[in-house]
Ligand binder design. Sequence first.
Ligand code: FEO
Length: 162
Amino acid sequence: MIGQKILDALNNQINEELFSAYLYLSMATYFHGEGWEGMAKWMENQAKEEDEHAMKIYKHIVDRGGRVLLKPIKQPKTEWASPLEAFQDSVKHEEYITSRIHDLVKLSGEEKDYATHIMLHWFVTEQVEEEAQVNEIVQKFERIGDSGNGMLMLDFHLGKRE
Ligand code: FEO
């Protein structure tokens, strides 16, 4: 059986992951509106990954005999000044999610919930990858600067993500 403190914290994290999916879908619709179809596809794939993250925690709670409690998902931002600004926001958001995961790791250690502690290892590694991915894209934007051709190439490249 899972302890109440951990259960509450994991239910909160499900909400954070679902909000992440919402945020990235919102960015995808912004990109569609601006005609950046590759970036939109990249963000749609990112939103799907966030749903999978939520479901990993969901399954862990169910397997441990706990009750998942779904909370309202807040409305994400809907407009950005530029594609670069949207990706910069996703860097900030991933840094925030990393800090939430690290808090959970700390709490699971304090609560001696080793099953949750081990389950969270996957998320710690995943966050390193998630931050690296978006940081790399922001670097590419910065290198491109005002080049229209560069933007088209980056859009094409991002649309290749499976
Ligand atoms: Fe589920 Fe992008 O962190």
